[in-house]
Design a protein. Structure first.
Length: 138
């Protein structure tokens, strides 16, 4: 019997994508996590010393959207995630802006190397726009 090898790069990427979908589906909506929020803006930038730059990413969340703040590393051969869930939840709870940097803890795999630390740096900003209460007519 001939055994066909499984493409682990494709499988790992698919597994990561499936896990993110499950987590997002299980997350609370923005409306229930922070009823006062009209929207949330998540800005991700990937500065590098070499001049190579990934395109910045911006996500806008509105009340029916899931309050899920986990993002895949933009390198296609990396198995890492940027988990901003606790940071996003605190920003919603405190109703304040959050900023900071993280380093990817995933591994990059290619056909030339067995795996090496990714260490891509992420600069993030999470900002809220609060809804304004309308006056009650008399």
């Amino acid at each position: 019997m001939v055994r066909l090898s499984r493409n682990t790069k494709v499988a790992a990427h698919g597994d990561r994508r499936d896990e993110l979908k499950k987590q997002r589906a299980a997350a609370a909506t923005l409306r229930s996590a922070c009823p006062e929020a009209a929207s949330v803006r998540v800005a991700l930038a990937f500065p590098t010393e070499t001049g190579e730059a990934h395109v910045p990413q911006i996500f806008s969340l509105f009340p029916p959207a899931k309050a899920h703040f986990v993002y895949a590393c933009p390198y296609g051969d990396c198995d890492g995630l940027f988990d901003l869930q606790a940071i996003g939840a605190e920003a919603l709870r405190e109703q304040k802006r959050a900023r900071g940097t993280l380093k990817c803890t995933g591994s990059r795999r290619s056909h030339h190397t067995g795996g090496r630390p990714c260490e891509l740096q992420l600069s993030y900003s999470i900002s809220l726009t609060m809804s304004r209460a309308l006056p009650v007519p008399s």
